[in-house]
Design a protein around this ligand. Structure first.
Ligand code: KIV
Ligand code: ZN
Length: 520
């Protein structure tokens, strides 16, 4: 029995992660090569079955990312996306060449709206293109996934014919995308049942579901598709993705685990790695996880109401349907302060599910000592913020903040004196502004000319107390490019200035990247 048939008849659901492809398409969520490799490594270790590493023809950066990830991933299948043209498919194959297990994912729209206005192709032309593209991909690899883009708004008879064409030409996985987040659970299930009832050969392939969250139903739609026979879910960490995002990996996986009584499906995911993956993705993209986000939000396991706290003390099961440790969230009793040594720090990181290499560990320990000198008690969230800060600055940044002093208070003007290191050379200036943050940003702007517009500036306290660290998030747009960045410090102005500098560094990287051949 082939792998595809096995998964179609068992209750094993494959997890296809597209954080690095659909997730990265989210405006401002672009990642560097090193960051993508870091995420892919965590995904592989946590047991993701397929990692969609990028869209190789979209840019040189995407090609390199898929190619480097293909070389290092040990266990998971590495997948590259391609449109239906021969050049796209060849480029995807080229990027995947070194993967132990490789998959080409090719797609073409099948809704009348997309075919008429976007593709300007007739139904017959679309069917010919599907046949040619899938056959070409299959001539290069054994594992070919085909997606009818905008499937949920496609004419059902035509959708069945299109899927049949893809199967006849060698597709081994048929993925059904709800591209615009339009479907609902009942309909999501009906489409899968329809395909199973009507398409010859469908039982020999894996059916997959790919949902967007525009109406907040991506997770429900994915689970409904599984109940109807889909055996692969496409999802992203933290639900990252275009517009309202994609199906959240942690939510579908934990839903099937916690409610296995009514959703008796298995995945290969080690759920204790979920928090680590969530934190990593939030850090590298600069997209903070909302406090009340299911599973990984800061409040997901916090009980405020007295009646809940009382019940929890008597029996955790009263108000808790899953344990924090199931997702890798452990509450450590180890108090951290300026007397804590390297071993205690390392043990705390392990408790928090953070595994660092020797160099990164040393860097974070030095930062921890500096923080503990300024703050009486260092909480778990402080340490997470500190590691995130270290990760954000780990890649070689062209601009570095070396010194900042601000004059602020009730008497205007507020001013900032700043030293930046730019490409290895120090530059200094002073600028004024409406408050210390504005003054600091003006000073940076005077030293680094750019057209970037600040679209978002957000400050959050990491913990309680007036000595708490502040995490500052900024989003900037320059032309069509959007970047986000974060920084944390006990000094809000320093955190703001660093976040701004990180964002500028990201813009510099984006400027150097080649533009996509054509938007998707
Ligand atoms: O949402 C979508 O249609 C996609 C396809 C490329 C699978 O991401
Ligand atoms: Zn998508």
């Amino acid at each position: 029995m082939t792998d595809q048939i096995a998964s179609a008849v068992t209750d094993r659901v494959k997890i296809f992660d597209t954080t690095l492809r659909d997730g990265e398409q989210s405006p401002g969520a672009s990642m560097t090569l090193e960051e993508k490799i870091q995420i892919a490594t965590v995904l592989d270790e946590m047991g993701v079955d397929i990692i969609e590493a990028g869209f190789p023809i979209a840019s040189i950066g995407d090609f390199e990312a898929v190619s480097e990830i293909a070389k290092i991933i040990e266990r998971a299948t590495v997948c590259g996306l391609s449109r239906s043209g021969k050049a796209d498919i060849d480029r995807a194959y080229e990027a995947l060449r070194h993967a132990k297990k490789k998959r080409i994912h090719t797609f073409l729209a099948t809704s009348d709206l997309h075919m008429q206005f976007k593709l300007q192709m007739t139904r017959d032309q679309v069917l010919d293109q599907i046949a040619g593209s899938v056959a070409h991909a299959r001539s290069m690899v054994d594992d070919v996934q085909w997606s009818p883009e905008d499937a949920t708004r496609s004419d059902r008879d035509f959708l069945c014919t299109a899927v049949q064409t893809a199967i006849e030409n060698g597709a081994t996985t048929i993925n059904i995308p709800d591209t615009v987040g339009y479907t609902a659970p009942k309909e999501s299930a009906e489409i899968i049942r329809l395909l199973k009832a009507r398409v010859p050969g469908i039982d020999g392939v894996t059916i997959s579901t790919h949902c967007h969250n525009d109406l907040g139903m991506a997770v429900a739609n994915s689970l409904a598709a599984v109940e109807a026979g889909a055996r692969q879910i496409e999802c992203t960490i933290n639900g990252l993705g275009e517009r309202a995002g994609n199906t959240s990996l942690e939510e579908v996986v934990m839903a099937m685990r916690v409610r296995n009584d009514i959703m008796p499906y298995q995945t290969g995911i080690d759920t204790t790695r979920i928090m680590q993956a969530s934190r990593l993705v939030a850090t590298v993209t600069g997209f903070p996880v909302q406090y009340n986000k299911a599973i990984v939000g800061k409040n997901a396991f916090a009980h405020e109401a007295g009646i809940h706290q009382d019940g929890m003390l008597k029996h955790t099961g009263t108000y808790e349907i899953m344990r924090p440790e199931d997702i890798g969230l452990t509450e450590s009793t180890l108090a951290m302060g300026k007397h804590s040594g390297r071993h205690a720090f390392k043990a705390k990181l392990e408790d928090l599910g953070i595994n660092l290499g020797q160099n990164a560990l040393q860097d974070c320990f030095v930062r921890f000592k500096a923080l503990a000198d300024r703050k009486k008690e260092v909480y778990d969230d402080d340490i997470v913020a500190l590691v995130e800060e270290a990760t954000a600055t780990a890649s070689a940044e062209r601009i570095k903040l070396k010194f900042l002093r601000v004059i602020c208070g009730t008497e205007a003007p507020q001013s900032a004196d700043i030293i930046l290191e730019i490409d290895g050379k120090e530059a200094r200036t002073t600028a004024q502004g409406d408050g210390p943050v504005d003054a600091a940003f003006n000073a940076v702007k005077a030293l680094v000319e750019h057209e970037g517009r600040l679209e978002l500036y957000q400050v959050q306290a990491v913990t309680q107390g007036t000595d708490a660290q502040a995490t500052v998030s900024v989003r900037m747009r320059e032309g069509g490019k959007i970047v986000t960045a974060q920084s944390s410090d006990t000094d809000t102005v320093v955190a703001s200035c660093r976040a701004y500098v990180h964002a500028l560094n990201k813009l510099l990287v984006r400027r150097e990247k080649t533009k996509p051949a054509e938007a998707v």
